[in-house]
Design a protein around this ligand. Structure first.
Ligand SMILES: Cc1cc2nc3c(=O)[nH]c(=O)nc-3n(C[C@H](O)[C@H](O)[C@H](O)COP(=O)(O)O)c2cc1C
Length: 310
């Protein structure tokens, strides 16, 4: 599969920004509180009465020593540790950075309860949401980009010239199932290549446009002689509740050329997408023998539907 720039790397850099921004800010704030426990360095003397609704206020909130230590330990040091882990490209940094976004949201929620509505709390709550979302995006991109596929795991592919597996895959999830099917049957394998842009974020939106309209997406030449095979297994992702555009183009072009066909459809959902299988039957002019509908969540597969073999 062609690789575009790393989306994980971009999200990781944005997350480093959030961790440093929140971490350094918390370090500064807590230093001011510890240097002047009356809050005078930050002009916060008037805020102490609001803390008195909190548990153990008579011990913990008579000055800013405990809030300063808490700020340092909850938002300061952990964010700086997460930034270091992220700079060292550790997955743990991504998880920690995202969780610290949630932590900031929880911290500000306490402020919502004790302080009157104010600009700073609202803004920092939004920063927490953005940090958590950046962490989630970075984690999803990380999982996608570290999705393992090793050609040497499929030594049996190409040993049985009776069967052909044809697949289209943007992110590699369908490709893995296609290779597993080819490995099991010893089939030859053939990838459908789109002539449109399908990689990366722009590719995702471009594919979405084709998916939304139910359009065929132009594809390159299919080298294989379909008529020469006894059985063809078609593997395709689902796009916008329908058949992926490149596979629709393939099916139309393959109309009348395939003798026996099986389908493997890959998607995110808990439904079978049997209507999509019906559409493929219609386009190809042949009724399917078997049909698998498989849910895939960033590389973890679950069979949602498996037809009985005829
Ligand atoms: C443009 C687009 C639209 C999608 N629409 C759906 C959808 O409606 N339902 C669904 O379950 N998955 C949808 N997906 C998710 C893919 O079916 C899923 O990620 C699949 O595993 C991708 O396989 P691949 O990595 O081989 O391309 C969509 C993916 C793309 C790119």
């Amino acid at each position: 599969m062609k690789k575009s720039h790393s989306r994980c790397n971009t999200a990781r850099k944005v997350l480093i920004f959030w961790c440093l921004f929140i971490g350094i800010g918390a370090l500064g704030g807590s230093s001011c509180m510890l240097l002047k426990p009356d809050g005078s360095l930050m002009g916060m003397q008037g805020l102490l009465p609001y803390f008195q609704v909190l548990p153990f206020a008579e011990v913990l909130y008579q000055n800013y020593i405990f809030p300063g230590i808490a700020l340092l330990c909850v938002n300061g040091i952990p964010n700086l540790i997460a930034a270091v882990l992220l700079l060292r490209k550790k997955k743990s940094g991504i998880i920690m950075g995202g969780v610290l976004g949630l932590t900031l949201m929880a911290w500000i929620t306490i402020q919502f309860v004790i302080f009157p509505s104010n600009f700073m709390s609202n803004t920092y709550f939004i920063f927490g949401v953005l940090q958590a979302l950046t962490g989630l995006a970075a984690l999803i991109f990380y999982q996608q980009e570290h999705f393992a596929f090793h050609m040497e795991d499929y030594p049996n592919v190409g040993r049985n010239s009776d069967t052909l597996v044809v697949y289209f895959s943007r992110m590699g999830y369908t490709r893995k199932l296609a290779y597993a099917a080819a490995e099991k049957t010893g089939a030859d394998i053939c990838e459908i290549q789109s002539t449109e842009r399908t990689e990366g974020t722009p590719g995702f939106w471009w594919c979405g446009r084709y998916g939304m309209h139910g359009w065929d997406m132009p594809i390159g030449e299919i080298g294989a002689d379909l008529g020469a095979y006894h059985r063809v297994i078609l593997c395709s992702p689902i796009w916008v509740f329908g058949l992926a555009g490149p596979m629709r183009s393939f099916c139309r072009a393959a109309s009348g050329k395939i003798k026996h066909v099986d389908y493997i459809l890959v998607h995110h959902m808990g439904t079978s997408f049997s209507k999509v299988a019906d559409e493929m039957d219609c386009l190809l002019g042949v009724h399917r023998e078997t049909f698998f509908s498989i849910r895939c969540h960033v590389g973890k597969y679950k069979t949602i539907y498996k037809s009985e073999e005829i």
